[in-house]
Design a protein around this ligand. Structure first.
Ligand code: SAH
Length: 430
């Protein structure tokens, strides 16, 4: 378990477990933080009664519904929600929270615009709109990332770079995306523009690096479409290799501007360590990693099993996963680009032997056909990683019909201050 991690039970604060252990979109669609993951039921306690919010943007932004709720109370509320949903299937263990829950986001997006006088502004979209809430610094975001965004905003006037106007299509700079490899210290800055022509490009890069020598790569991404996606198809490094690496659970992962990679690196390690510990691997297993993204879980599990078979729908993610396996000298993993359900059905038909299935589906959960095929393959264990307690509960009901019993559930707080709930469930064949 990584430093910065604390376990909280769903009990009263005084019952907070003392055990503090030191160990662990997809698309780039523009969205607000509260979009991520599933939600705890709407609470009336967005703010502690009558008090001013500790976040100056709370009223306008509204993304972190739990920003004024004490952290242990957030975890108790989220625990109560997931425990209620999973109650028919299994007991839900204490939430694994963070010791320092602020500034955890290592992927930071700022949309750029301007005020009526043309002064550049940057911030995030107000929930459900394309109105920009100007933000100087955010309690969730990595502080270095916020400082880089502020520097870029400050440089625009002297470089005569206009921010893009969604209404009339004028201007150049649309977004800035920062990705930080927390464990490598590498930093990627992605400048998203409507045109590939960036005035005084070299001087701009030089000036930005002078202020932030810690930046390891700068990428120009061109997005000339009227779309809610942040990133366009074309991109070119302006400085450095155009990607960064990060290390998670001792493995190295390549992060490109579009790669899916968890935004909270401390809890990402906690999550994956929990997944591996739960599977209690012996070393001779054939493991399936379904909905595998850039191969993280399969690659981290690979030293603990005989063979890993990974399946993922997104072509770019599969490409990255293959590179990640190579970087880490992992030779016992095979990646398939396919729909997980179709792949499982084919596996079930072929009668192959599988010992353990890791599944990490998107918020919608899995499918009845996928679960039927798991039952046909009859692995001893299934480790289900879920970002939606609702779809998880629905899928656990289907697993129960197939004689798979949920043995335990451990929620990991990947998104403090928001209502998102991530849960790992171990199922075993009855
Ligand atoms: N396990 C990875 C990624 C989990 S996110 C990690 O820990 O980082 C869920 C993944 O499921 C995404 O990469 C998404 O592209 C993929 N996905 C969505 N629908 C899918 C489907 N029908 N079949 C296979 N993969 C799918």
């Amino acid at each position: 378990m990584a430093t910065g991690t604390q376990r909280f039970s769903g009990k009263r604060p005084s019952d907070k477990e003392n055990a503090m252990k030191n160990k662990k979109m997809k698309s780039d669609k523009a969205r607000t933080y509260s979009d991520r993951g599933n939600r705890v039921k709407q609470s009336t306690e967005n703010k502690e009664d009558g008090k001013k919010s500790r976040c100056p943007y709370f009223k306008k932004c509204g993304a972190c519904q739990m920003i004024d709720t004490p952290y242990d109370k957030q975890l108790r509320q989220k625990h109560a929600h997931v425990a209620e949903l999973l109650e028919p299937y299994t007991r839900v263990a204490a939430f694994i929270g963070m010791e320092e829950p602020e500034h955890y986001r290592c992927k930071v997006h700022a949309v750029f615009t301007h005020d009526k006088k043309g002064n550049p502004l940057s911030g995030i979209y107000r929930e459900g709109t394309h109105d920009v809430v100007p933000i100087e610094s955010c309690l969730l975001e990595d502080q270095k990332a916020d400082a880089i965004i502020a520097s870029i905003r400050g440089m625009l006037k002297s470089f005569k770079i206009k921010t893009y106007d969604e209404d009339n299509g004028f201007g150049l700079l649309r977004h800035v995306l920062i990705r930080i490899g927390k464990n490598t210290g590498e930093i990627m800055v992605v400048l998203v523009t409507v045109s590939p022509i960036f005035p005084s490009k070299n001087n701009f890069v030089k000036a930005l690096l002078k202020q932030h020598p810690e930046i390891t790569t700068i990428v120009l991404n061109v997005n000339d479409k009227q779309t809610s996606m942040i990133l366009g198809d074309k991109e070119k490094p302006m400085y450095g290799p155009g990607f960064i690496y990060d290390i998670c659970c001792g493995m190295k992962f390549k992060i490109s501007p579009k790669s899916f990679y968890q935004v909270n690196p401390i809890q990402q390690e906690v999550l994956y360590n929990t997944v591996i510990e739960m599977a209690e691997l012996k070393g001779d297993e054939v493991a399936l990693d379904c909905y595998s993204g850039v191969g993280t879980i399969g690659i981290i599990a690979s030293p603990h099993v005989r063979e890993v078979i990974s399946v993922e729908l997104n072509k770019d993610a599969v490409k990255d996963a293959k590179i990640n396996a190579k970087i880490n000298d992992v030779n016992n993993i095979t990646f398939y680009e396919n729909d997980a359900t179709r792949f499982m059905q084919q596996m079930a038909e072929s009668g192959d032997k599988v010992d353990v299935v890791f599944m990490d589906p998107p918020r919608a959960g899995s499918t009845p056909e996928f679960i039927d095929s798991v039952a046909t393959l009859a692995p001893r264990k299934v480790v289900y990683i879920s970002c939606s307690p609702d779809s998880l509960a629905r899928d656990l009901a289907l697993f129960a019909k197939k004689k798979y019993k949920a043995e335990k559930a451990i929620p990991v707080d990947m998104f403090p201050f928001t209502r998102s709930i991530e849960t790992v469930v171990l199922l075993s064949r009855g």
